[in-house]
Design a protein around this ligand. Structure first.
Ligand code: FES
Ligand code: FES
Length: 158
């Protein structure tokens, strides 16, 4: 398809991007916008490595045609850490040893971020459900669940 202008909010800023509307959001984020924090895994909706938030909902960006983001809000992992400062969820992942190879981490963290936006004190089962679309080959998930629970607890104490 021919490139077309798509206007949307990306990490809290209004942007206009010319790209093929049939291209995936993942490809546009990485190849056109240089946002490499969102990872390319399976490319077919099975691993969650490419998770971003679309209007606050976690989605697999490899499955979203870019043309569909017109007028919507996209948040990527780059929005979480500002300068040198890590987001509390990122800090918890480091503290709990939830990052090993790190390939799944951006997607996991975005799923956790979406969860804690709407459910600041999730149960273990709710945490498991929230990351059920994110695959991790390294950790066995326990440290990841602990990290999300810890981030929630710290947030509720603030
Ligand atoms: S790369 Fe999108 S779900 Fe695997
Ligand atoms: S830390 Fe390696 S895939 Fe999750």
């Amino acid at each position: 398809m021919d490139n077309q202008e798509v206007v949307f909010t990306l990490n809290e800023e209004l942007v206009r991007v010319y790209a093929d509307p049939a291209e995936s959001l993942l490809t546009v984020l990485r190849d056109k916008l240089g946002l490499f924090g969102t990872k390319v895994g399976c490319g077919r909706g099975e691993c969650g490595a490419c998770t971003v938030l679309l209007d606050d909902q976690p989605v697999n960006s490899c499955l979203i045609p870019f043309g569909k983001v017109e007028g919507r809000r996209i948040e990527t992992i780059e929005n979480l850490s500002r300068g040198e400062e890590y987001h509390p969820i990122q800090k918890a992942f480091v503290e709990k040893g939830a990052v090993q190879c790190g390939f799944c981490s951006p997607g996991m963290i975005m799923s956790a971020h979406a969860l804690l936006k709407t459910n600041p004190q999730p149960s273990l089962q709710e945490i498991k459900t929230a990351i059920s679309g994110n695959l991790c080959r390294c950790t066995g998930y326990k440290q990841i669940e602990e990290a999300i629970a810890s981030a929630a607890e710290k947030k509720s104490r603030r």
